[in-house]
Write a protein that binds this ligand. Structure first.
Ligand code: AMP
Length: 542
């Protein structure tokens, strides 16, 4: 017997409709590529999204067609999110930090019909356009006067395009399982793989992400997503923020410490989200100007392990709570967020702070387990570590046009490629990416643990721990360290800092210094490159 409740499809357009009705004057503030700060409202967003939807329909874009965006976080990009998905087309967000050949590959693989681009990416598209045969036109997200002379073919000015269309439109109704957006993961090997989200997965993920033990978003917040809209839909914030009607503040192309700090302060931002490297820049800037955060009270850090030293600095020096979170492109992305339970509240501060360091608790909607090499489930005791597997309604079932890779298990679980512990309260701690774990004498050493300890040294700006070949132990840990400007810390000082913090056999065998560490297009340490660079490094113990 079915229940007798209204059967309404969960569509992304329902978020915009609600925001327009009840948060019509809610502000959307954007730093633009052109320079000035732009101010709009949810009412304006809804009207312009309908104009763009009508314009796209006029260009022949229909259900299931892919329309790409290559753009910073800003109001026009947000309009594109809602307009494209709203008419049943698929919003394909492209990460501009990928190699140009990879961008060409994914545009062709996705069979994008149109590309919407920020002015910044005009030269990139000029260089690639000849390789993008299926693309019918390039919509530059600016007014015509701002677009310089270009040799790019079939250029359309965004403002001209939408201004020639009415803002009258009833968003169409269709099956909630319809594809809504597409994001390619920037794996370190092989071609990027497309994750195809649906309206249903997006709406359920948004409903979950605003909850108190997740991001705790409300109409009283002002939210600045530093995490780019081309990286897993900015962790869902372009949907979850309008859903609750918070003020929305976009940093545009400027993600350096000084620019982000200025926006946080002038726009009275209460909540932000980004990867650790961005916060490194922000904290350095705020320390250098002797600043403080007047309104910011919490920030989500994820994408890579948030170093404990960073979590402590935010909390102890600036009174900003860090919500350490873990997720993946394949997971829309949220999997775990670190918040306390009632039983932790009476713990001494130090013990409570220790609970806050891990990647956090599994949120409702995600099922998680850890398994051994034979796919047998391991206990949730906080000690055993194994392959972290997940399933749930906002987790990919396969890749777009690439089907199920071996990570999609026959038993319905997706292997994340991460190695983790899990405890009875649902707290999960990533010990490593399975490919990055250091294998010494048949045992595993966590590269993340070594990096976290090293990052707490006052002279260290950034650190990577990698396994280097060793004749006796198979691999031994090498630390590759970027010193803070002006620091002269030595190898011996860094190694001494590990004394008493790790088991003897976890002690790094050597330390080398470098000016810069390579990062992936999503801001993670590029371990494959670092391992390649130091492959022939001779350890003193070898
Ligand atoms: P992406 O799909 O680019 O978002 O990358 C997902 C991967 O980033 C995960 O599988 C983890 O390896 C890593 N990751 C994300 N968040 C964290 C975190 N808080 N701590 C450690 N690793 C993380």
């Amino acid at each position: 017997m079915h229940g007798l409740m209204m059967d309404q499809p969960l569509l992304i357009s329902s978020i915009l409709r609600h925001a327009e009705l009840y948060h019509s004057d809610g502000e959307i503030v954007s730093r633009t590529v052109e320079g000035p700060i732009h101010r709009d409202t949810y009412g304006g967003l809804a009207r312009r999204a309908r104009q763009l939807a009508n314009a796209l329909t006029g260009l022949g874009v229909g259900m299931g067609d892919r329309v790409a965006t290559i753009a910073w976080n800003g109001y026009r990009h947000l309009e594109a999110y809602y307009a494209i998905s709203g008419i049943g087309a698929v919003c394909h967000t492209i990460n501009p930090r990928l190699f140009p050949q990879q961008i060409a590959y994914i545009v062709n693989h996705a069979e994008d019909r149109y590309v919407l681009l920020d002015l910044t990416f005009l030269p990139l598209m000029e260089a690639l356009a000849d390789h993008l045969k299926g693309v019918r036109g390039f919509v530059v997200m600016a007014d015509r006067a701002s677009i310089p002379d270009t040799k790019l073919r079939d250029v359309i000015a965004y403002e001209d395009l939408i201004n020639s269309h009415s803002d009258r439109l009833e968003w169409p109704e269709f099956d909630e399982r319809t594809a809504s957006s597409l994001c390619y993961t920037s794996g370190t090997t092989g071609n990027p793989k497309g994750v195809l989200y649906s309206h249903r997965s997006t709406v359920i993920h948004s409903l979950s992400s605003v909850q108190p033990d997740v991001m705790n978003l409300s109409a009283r917040d002002a939210v600045l997503p530093v995490v780019p809209m081309f990286h897993v839909n900015a962790w869902g914030l372009p949907y979850s923020v309008p859903l609750v009607g918070s003020k929305l503040v976009f940093p545009g192309p400027k993600m350096d410490g000084a620019s982000v700090y200025e926006l946080l302060e002038t726009e009275k931002v209460t909540f932000s989200a980004g990867v650790p490297t961005v916060w490194l820049g922000l904290l350095n800037h705020v320390a250098s100007v002797g600043g403080r955060f007047t309104t910011l009270n919490r920030t989500v850090i994820g994408g890579s392990a948030a170093p404990p030293a960073m979590i402590d600095t935010f909390r102890d020096t600036y009174g900003v709570d860090v919500l350490h979170a873990w997720g993946m492109t394949e997971m829309s992305p949220l999997g775990t967020v670190n918040t306390l339970k009632q039983k932790h509240l009476d713990l001494p501060a130090e013990a409570r702070n220790r609970v806050r360091l891990s990647q956090g608790r599994v949120i409702y909607g995600v099922q998680a387990r850890i398994t051994d090499d034979d796919n047998r489930e391991l206990p949730r005791d906080g000690m055993a570590f194994g392959h972290l597997q997940v399933r749930g309604p906002w987790i990919a079932s396969e890749y777009f046009k690439d089907g199920k890779t071996p990570a999609f298990g026959e038993d319905g679980w997706f292997d994340t490629g991460d190695v983790a512990t899990l405890d009875a309260d649902g707290f999960m701690q990533i010990t490593d990416r399975s490919k990055d774990v250091i294998k010494s004498g048949g045992e595993w050493i966590s590269s993340i643990d070594l990096e976290n300890i090293c990052m707490a040294h006052p002279a260290v700006a950034e650190a990577a721990a990698i396994g280097v070949q060793h004749p006796k132990w198979d691999e031994r840990p090498l630390l590759v360290v970027v010193r803070k400007a002006g620091s002269t810390a030595t190898r011996e000082e860094i190694l001494a800092f590990f004394e008493g913090k790790v088991a003897k056999w976890w002690m790094p065998d050597d330390v080398v210094f470098t000016d810069e560490l390579p990062h992936t297009a999503t801001g993670k340490l590029l371990k494959t490159k670092i391992r390649e660079t130091y492959r022939d490094h001779r350890l003193p113990t070898a």
